[in-house]
Design a protein around this ligand. Structure first.
Ligand SMILES: [Zn+2]
Ligand SMILES: [Zn+2]
Length: 174
């Protein structure tokens, strides 16, 4: 049914000037001009669906990237990899002596004292279209964000799922 909707707005096939749903229109705009990313995304969805079928609704509130629920969830799952997140935080602590948000500079220790010690969130910066079950997360794929910036990062990715890094978010903060 949804593919039928796309046929109706695809200029190569359009038989009537149709309105389709807002989400479908956004998804069309996001992929119609970029076949390569579309193919990469489709392959990634298939590969991930084969090993990790959806369980009900386990996404963050209102968060679903244009690439769909499966890849959105894989993104969130990778960020919940406790071992990897701990390793990343330890590395950043050793290198800089603190866990500062890479987007806004927030430091939980500065504001909350010892309660904030060791606290920060990790965000996965690889474009979700490239998330394949076979590829492991590298430490360089992760960045340190405060909780507010992490949520805003995901909202930004809902607008444009190729905007995945703290640098993209910093433009909004400015
Ligand atoms: Zn922040
Ligand atoms: Zn994230």
């Amino acid at each position: 049914m949804i593919l039928g909707d796309y046929l109706r707005i695809d200029p190569e096939h359009a038989v009537m000037s149709a309105r389709i749903g807002e989400t479908a229109e956004r998804v069309w705009e996001s992929f119609a001009g970029d076949r390569e990313r579309l193919q990469l995304t489709a392959e990634s969805i298939r590969a991930n669906a084969a090993v990790a079928p959806m369980r009900g609704s386990d996404l963050e509130d209102g968060i679903e990237f244009d690439e769909g629920r499966i890849l959105t969830r894989i993104h969130l799952d990778r960020e919940r990899n406790a071992t990897l997140v701990a390793t990343k935080k330890r590395l950043v602590m050793t290198q800089t002596g603190r866990l500062e948000c890479e987007a806004c500079g927030f430091d939980f220790v500065k504001v909350y004292g010892d309660l904030g010690e060791g606290f920060a969130e990790c965000h996965h910066t690889a474009p979700v279209a490239t998330l394949n079950p076979g590829t492991n997360t590298r430490l360089t794929d992760l960045c340190i964000l405060c909780s507010n910036c992490h949520r805003m990062m995901h909202r930004l990715m809902c607008r444009n799922s190729t905007f995945t890094t703290p640098a993209h978010l910093r433009r909004y903060i400015k």
